[in-house]
Write a protein that binds this ligand. Structure first.
Ligand code: G3I
Length: 364
């Protein structure tokens, strides 16, 4: 960067801070996360909430640091299709329009989610027969994908189909309406319908393994993707969610190994929902933030080493608490959930500093 620009940024940063602008994440200052990541060939993104776009510092921090956005909930079947014959796109349109206005890429999340918990109530009342389910799946995928043709490039076509349990003899798949109606072939069908609906889109399978990199569930996800590719199913990429914890963090070498074996299937690999919870585990608040910083650094370091395409975090400011996670972990509902790169005032946290420090290091 030339000295003039650097001086300009410094003055702007001081002005911003003097003016009491909340959150250094939003004001001019050292190169932003997305710029630093781009110098290392990595795209960074985050999940966004349509309602939060009303807040200037949310928008500014988002635009300064991220190049990809994923609607956190606004494109899921439950909110998009509250009734069989009714689609609600206003919230999703808000995010997609904002992204298009600012040149951000959009990840569409998600067209077909396996578990019944995530289906609109009316779907579970439909006959679970191949004919009914195929028509419903086709209608949903075509209606949603064709609305955003050319504006949503990557789609999580199928989300979380692989079961957590690995009891001998148990089904490897999550039970749900689509599996009951169509068997495991609903997965391949969803991808085939998606390719037909929007041939220009890239089609992803998205799943998690409890924040771990390798293990029985990751192996079952890998095996599913191997089967789909071998069967010629139109599958372009894999989204690894990586909802991590300081209590049981993923190992960098295992992350690299899993990224590489998936890439060897010919898949685009993206980390799609990175966050690092600090509520379990041990240590003082400062120690927990330091542990969190190390986990973020390890994931980004593995992404750089394996040369994957993108890392998308599942949010970026601690201002918004992850109430669904507190419920899932039976934690007190009033507990803070400092899981992301910026604190509740949009100031960078140790995790942000650890990641940007890594990205400033010369490529090996
Ligand atoms: O919008 C309704 C609101 O109208 C209603 O009053 C309120 C109370 O019922 O619910 C609101 O919807 C909630 C929605 O988040 C928006 O806030 C749902 O109940 C709630 O279940 C939903 O939780 C989301 C969850 O997925 C289930 O869809 C979380 O915010 C979201 O972070 C989480 O994200 C998932 C990914 O999609 C898939 N991977 C795991 C990840 C974390 O669980």
């Amino acid at each position: 960067m030339n000295p003039g620009a650097c001086l300009g940024r410094t003055i702007a940063a001081c002005a911003g801070l003097l003016a009491g602008a909340v959150g250094r994440g939003a004001v001019e200052g050292p190169p932003a996360l997305r710029e630093l990541a781009a110098t290392r060939g990595l795209r960074v993104g985050t999940a966004v909430k349509a309602a939060a776009l009303d807040e200037a510092v949310y928008r500014d921090t988002l635009l300064r640091n991220f190049a990809i956005v994923t609607p956190e909930n606004e494109l899921k079947m439950k909110p998009v299709r509250p009734a069989r014959d009714r689609f609600e796109f206003a919230a999703a349109d808000r995010i997609v329009d904002f992204a298009q206005q600012h040149g951000l890429r959009v990840r569409g999340h998600t067209l077909c989610w396996a578990a019944d918990d995530h289906q609109p109530a009316w779907l579970l009342q439909q006959a679970a027969t191949p004919a009914v389910a195929q028509d419903l799946l086709r209608e949903h995928i075509f209606t949603v994908m064709q609305r955003y043709h050319g504006r949503v490039r990557d789609w999580d076509v199928v989300n979380e189909s692989i079961a957590n349990s690995n009891q001998p003899g148990a089904s490897p798949y999550v039970d749900g309406y689509w599996l009951r109606a169509l068997g495991e072939d609903y997965i391949a069908l969803a991808f085939r319908l998606a390719r037909e609906a929007d041939p220009a889109a890239r089609l992803f399978y998205n799943d998690y393994d409890h924040g771990r990199a390798l293990g029985p569930k990751s192996d079952r996800i890998f095996a599913l993707l191997q089967r789909l590719k071998a069967a010629g199913v139109p599958l372009d990429g894999v989204g690894l969610q990586l909802h991590c914890s300081i209590k049981d963090p993923p190992k960098r070498a295992e992350l690299v190994a899993n990224f590489r074996r998936l890439a060897d299937l010919g898949l685009v690999v993206q980390v799609t929902e990175l966050d690092v919870e600090t509520m379990t585990g041990s240590g003082t608040p400062e120690e927990r933030l330091a542990q969190q910083a190390q986990v973020y650094r390890d994931v980004f370091a593995a992404a750089l080493e394996a040369k994957i395409e993108a890392v998308v975090t599942w949010g970026f400011t601690d201002k918004f608490r992850h109430t669904a996670l507190l419920r899932r972990k039976n934690l007190p509902p009033e507990l803070d959930t400092p899981m992301w790169l910026f604190d509740a005032a949009y100031d960078p946290k140790p995790a942000f500093d650890a990641v940007t420090h890594l990205l400033r290091e010369p490529a090996p």
